[in-house]
Design a protein around this ligand. Structure first.
Ligand SMILES: *[C@@H]1O[C@H](CO)[C@@H](O)[C@H](O)[C@H]1NC(C)=O
Ligand SMILES: *[C@@H]1O[C@H](CO)[C@@H](O)[C@H](O)[C@H]1NC(C)=O
Ligand SMILES: *[C@@H]1O[C@H](CO)[C@@H](O)[C@H](O)[C@H]1NC(C)=O
Ligand SMILES: *[C@@H]1O[C@H](CO)[C@@H](O)[C@H](O)[C@H]1NC(C)=O
Ligand SMILES: *[C@@H]1O[C@H](CO)[C@@H](O)[C@H](O)[C@H]1NC(C)=O
Ligand SMILES: *[C@@H]1O[C@H](CO)[C@@H](O)[C@H](O)[C@H]1NC(C)=O
Ligand SMILES: *[C@@H]1O[C@H](CO)[C@@H](O)[C@H](O)[C@H]1NC(C)=O
Ligand SMILES: *[C@@H]1O[C@H](CO)[C@@H](O)[C@H](O)[C@H]1NC(C)=O
Ligand SMILES: *[C@@H]1O[C@H](CO)[C@@H](O)[C@H](O)[C@H]1NC(C)=O
Ligand SMILES: *[C@@H]1O[C@H](CO)[C@@H](O)[C@H](O)[C@H]1NC(C)=O
Ligand SMILES: *[C@@H]1O[C@H](CO)[C@@H](O)[C@H](O)[C@H]1NC(C)=O
Ligand SMILES: [Cu+2]
Length: 811
């Protein structure tokens, strides 16, 4: 027999509408039915709980069945349906002015579609829909075209729509250049520096250069990089390309190839670099501009060659793959390590409700919608606490990894990862490893090359009980303790060598945490001369220093849209008081102020954590007259970029140099960065600086732009992979005078034990049910052989019935 508490819940679907407003059917009744069902389940469970009787094998302890629910409103951030995406794609191909070629058949001189996804509607329209029963905002597709059938290739952002239900209707649908979300008003176009990257760059440029020194590469490393099957070396370089003085300049470097399936290449730099001016699309106009090796720059190949063959020339050793670079188990097995470690279970099944179709989630007193985009991946919308909106939007904007080094490759590297996109690389999560085995998983989708790829099980939802209580107190006659159970939604994006884990967690005390962790392979540097930029971490390897800075948008709406940022500073003072008889006392006090305008709204966390920032509403006071608000503080360490006025980035990441920045909300400023900011760093589509134009920030709709990250100086412990335990950062949003007391007192998952004289007189468990299930631990519940990778559905021609499996990689 296989019983399941949550199985008993199957059959009723809660309408959130009902929960939130409509009286019929009675929402309470629904929850009562649910709780009866749970009670029944736990009774059945108790039959098996004494552990002595034989019980059938069950898996109910890891049951992940959530309560099915219907979202109160359409998820206006949820993405296009397959039919919508297919009809927009078909419509685009029917417009002669775009001159489009199907991606699979396109070369470097053809126009293609890069993106078709749902355009987020304007906040005003959404609030009218959510709060005032206004109409659902019109749906538009955000389309990115890659115009390459021209001398000066460019990306173009356009809007297509409105999209009628079930797709496009000829005649009513049109397109327009998308400009309003960008600070640069140039017809929604950004130049494309990578149009020739696929074939021309390598076959006609890079391999020709490496061929000129293949004698040297063979002598130094016993290999070549010529674009042949027997290559044992690879060549790649800086990102973004140098864009100074109207020129486009690359620095490339040689790397050893991996020798097996492990993704070790970023650990295998060889220390030889070359510079090319690749301005324009005509390779005959490109210029080779020199070699750099072991601290010396050679302007010509002849100069390098003649130095190389001069007696006494120092030939540096290679970085060579070995077990040190592979992630598999290595070394003696630790004591008892082959035994199974502790695992968490959910004795009453999942305690949350999900509309899997609309991606609307309810846990305890929280609810939110899930959004998903190519550039930035997971985002959360309309986050409500106790029925009231706290955040309109919360999500990643951009992630920067800024390197430094004496060599041009490290010095020139400053990845802006939304260029690659967090959506396309949010791969399937590994059950029981990335998230608890009992977690609930949702799929995410993104558009690529006339298909929609679905990452199966790429979002996980779960409750977890922390290893420490939320509250406790002991006295001589009682002890009171509360469990710290929280709810998390998580995704992991592997953008190239790095794996970013994003977790949004909700707590019983009303707080919301944002956490980022980084793992995967570091991008390392060749050791020579890099002592001031990292540690020597292997034979010829330097752990190249870099800053990870990740920008998040937090559009708070505390008790309405009109809010103010309060600053409370704790300062040391020398003060006299009426009772101190004229004698000054060295003590401390609070300095309270508000952020007045955008002239003073780019802020840092204060030294000694002595500055409290909060978003408050001056028109909403609690019963003691204090402004209700949410406090914003780092929970795991939050940093900004060390580099000032980066030579690599210029205006492309002006968001990175502060910790917390506040602007007035505008539909024209929905994002801190554009995915193609790295294509034109001096004049990017979105220059964050332009958001700051002195606007008044008193009791108006505010957006906070918050940076998370780490100063990463890799050490030997980053080999083979960086570990999530140290590469992490977090922010906490917690209620500040928001309620009249601590909301966690509402949970029944606490206990009070009265005792005295060695005896317990009462154990108060507040009506908790002892959820029970038979624990017969059997890892078959997590079927790791069920891991699949991505599902792809072709959009042009639309072929919804023949999905296939294919997972893209990124180099
Ligand atoms: C354990 O539970 C079984 C089934 O309910 C019952 O028959 C048995 O008496 C119980 N044993 C003890 C020691 O309580
Ligand atoms: C979860 O519930 C669904 C019905 O909503 C049911 O079909 C399914 O078998 C349940 N899954 C498990 C693992 O109990
Ligand atoms: C359309 O694109 C093709 C390449 O796909 C190009 O050869 C042709 O010149 C383009 N036509 C126009 C009108 O730009
Ligand atoms: C959204 O707001 C922008 C800026 O005000 C405006 O240009 C645009 O037309 C709006 N979009 C819709 C669909 O109303
Ligand atoms: C719209 O027009 C295109 C040609 O311009 C045609 O191929 C397509 O079938 C039409 N679609 C509908 C829904 O009428
Ligand atoms: C690689 O292959 C090419 C031709 O296929 C051959 O000429 C060359 O010698 C080979 N290189 C090495 C290092 O084996
Ligand atoms: C590179 O590593 C080799 C050992 O693999 C060592 O002999 C050599 O000295 C190293 N070179 C440098 C510059 O550290
Ligand atoms: C995820 O996609 C798979 C394959 O299309 C589907 O079977 C599954 O039901 C989806 N999961 C959810 C939660 O929608
Ligand atoms: C917000 O404040 C502005 C003035 O700054 C006011 O015009 C507007 O009505 C307020 N909105 C709400 C929803 O209170
Ligand atoms: C900002 O607006 C508020 C309310 O409208 C006003 O009291 C305050 O003086 C303004 N601040 C500045 C710096 O203009
Ligand atoms: C505690 O219990 C013991 C017996 O179990 C009894 O002798 C003693 O008096 C009790 N003490 C108090 C303070 O009730
Ligand atoms: Cu790092």
């Amino acid at each position: 027999m296989k019983f399941s508490s949550s199985l008993l819940l199957v059959g009723f679907v809660l309408h959130a509408n009902d929960v939130l407003s409509a009286p019929n059917p009675d929402p309470k009744a629904a929850w009562v039915r649910q709780s009866r069902a749970r009670k029944a389940a736990s009774k059945i469970g108790k039959r098996w709980s004494n552990g002595t009787s034989a019980h059938p094998p069950v898996t109910s302890c890891s049951e992940n069945n959530y309560t099915q629910i219907l979202a109160p409103k359409v998820n206006v951030w949820g993405g296009l349906t397959d039919v919508e995406a297919a009809s927009v794609t078909q419509w685009l191909f029917a417009q002669p002015e775009f001159n489009l070629t199907v991606s699979d058949e396109a070369g470097e001189w053809d126009n293609t579609i890069l993106l078709v996804e749902l355009m987020h509607p304007n906040k005003t329209d959404v609030l009218n829909y959510l709060d005032n029963a206004g109409p659902i905002p019109d749906r538009y597709a955000h389309v990115v075209l890659d115009h390459r059938a021209c001398e000066e290739p460019y990306y173009e952002d356009i809007l297509v729509g409105p999209i009628e239900p079930y797709g496009i209707k000829n005649g009513t649908t049109g397109w327009e250049s998308l400009q309003y979300p960008y600070t640069r008003k140039t017809a929604g176009r950004v130049r494309n520096l990578d149009a020739d990257a696929d074939d021309t760059l390598y076959s006609r440029w890079i391999y020709k250069i490496s061929a000129t020194i293949s004698d040297i590469t063979l002598d130094l490393w016993g290999g070549t990089a010529l674009g042949l099957d027997n290559d044992t070396l690879s060549i790649w370089g800086i990102d973004p390309l140098w864009q100074d003085d109207g020129r486009v300049v690359r620095w490339d470097a040689f790397w050893s190839n991996t020798v097996d399936n492990f993704d070790t290449q970023t650990l295998l730099p060889l220390g030889l670099y070359f510079r090319s001016d690749v301005t324009g699309r005509d390779p005959s106009q490109w210029k080779f501009e020199g070699w750099y090796y072991n601290g010396l720059f050679y302007e010509t190949t002849e100069a390098f060659r003649s130095a190389y063959y001069t007696p006494g020339f120092a030939k540096l050793g290679a970085n060579v793959e070995g077990d040190w670079a592979r992630t598999d188990q290595i070394g003696p097995v630790l004591p008892l390590d082959t035994a199974s470690p502790p695992a968490s279970i959910t004795p009453s099944g999942a305690r949350f409700a999900v509309d899997a179709e609309s991606k609307w989630i309810q846990w305890m007193d929280f609810s939110f919608f899930v959004g998903y985009q190519r550039d930035t991946g997971l985002s959360l919308w309309d986050i409500r606490y106790k029925g009231e909106r706290v955040l309109y939007e919360l999500g990643l904007q951009e992630a920067l990894a800024h390197y430094a080094g004496q060599d041009p490759l490290q010095s020139g590297t400053a990845y802006l990862d939304s260029y690659y996109g967090f959506g396309p690389y949010a791969f399937e999560l590994v059950k029981g490893y990335d998230c608890p085995a009992y977690a609930t998983y949702l799929n995410t989708s993104f558009y690529v090359s006339e298909t929609t790829h679905t990452h199966l099980n790429s979002l996980c939802l779960f409750e977890y009980t922390a290893d420490y209580p939320l509250q406790r107190h002991s006295t001589s006659n009682y002890v009171s303790v509360t469990k710290n159970t929280y709810f998390t939604i998580r995704s992991v994006s592997t953008v190239g060598n790095y794996d970013y884990m994003f977790s949004y967690s909700f707590y019983m005390d009303g707080s919301i945490n944002v956490e980022v962790r980084a793992s995967g392979y570091i991008q390392s540097a060749y050791y020579a001369n890099n002592e001031e930029y990292g540690y020597k971490i292997h034979d010829n390897l330097s752990g190249s220093m870099h800053d990870h800075v990740l920008n998040f948008k937090a559009d708070f709406d505390i008790q309405g849209i009109n809010n103010t940022v309060a600053v409370v500073n704790q300062v040391p003072v020398s003060a006299t008081y009426p009772w101190s008889k004229g004698k000054a006392r060295n003590t401390m006090k609070l300095e309270k102020s508000y952020i007045e305008t955008e002239e003073s709204s780019r802020l840092f966390w204060g030294p000694n954590s002595a500055t409290q920032y909060s978003v408050i509403n001056k028109d909403a006071v609690n019963k003691y007259g204090e402004y209700r608000g949410y406090r914003i503080s780092p929970s795991l360490g939050a940093i900004h970029l060390t580099v000032e006025d980066s030579s690599n980035l210029a205006n492309a990441a002006r968001w990175a140099n502060h910790d917390i920045q506040v602007t007035k909300q505008h539909d024209t400023e929905p994002r801190a960065a554009h995915a193609y900011n790295n294509q034109d760093v001096h004049n990017p589509p979105i220059n964050f600086d332009a958001f700051f134009n002195g606007e008044n920030l008193t009791q108006t709709d505010l957006v906070l732009w918050l940076n998370l990250g780490m100063h990463h100086i890799p050490h030997t412990g980053d080999l083979p992979n960086t570990v999530f335990s140290t590469a992490h950062a977090g922010l906490s949003f917690s209620p500040l005078n928001y309620l009249d007391g601590d909301p966690s007192r509402q949970t029944v998952n606490q206990v009070r034990i009265d005792y005295g004289g060695g005896n317990v007189s009462a154990v108060e468990t507040f009506g908790q049910e002892q959820g029970s299930c038979a624990v017969e631990y059997s890892p078959v519940e997590v079927d790791l052989w069920g891991y699949k990778g991505d599902v792809v559905v072709r959009k042009f021609p639309f072929d919804p019935n023949n999905p296939y499996y294919e997972t893209d990689a990124i180099v």
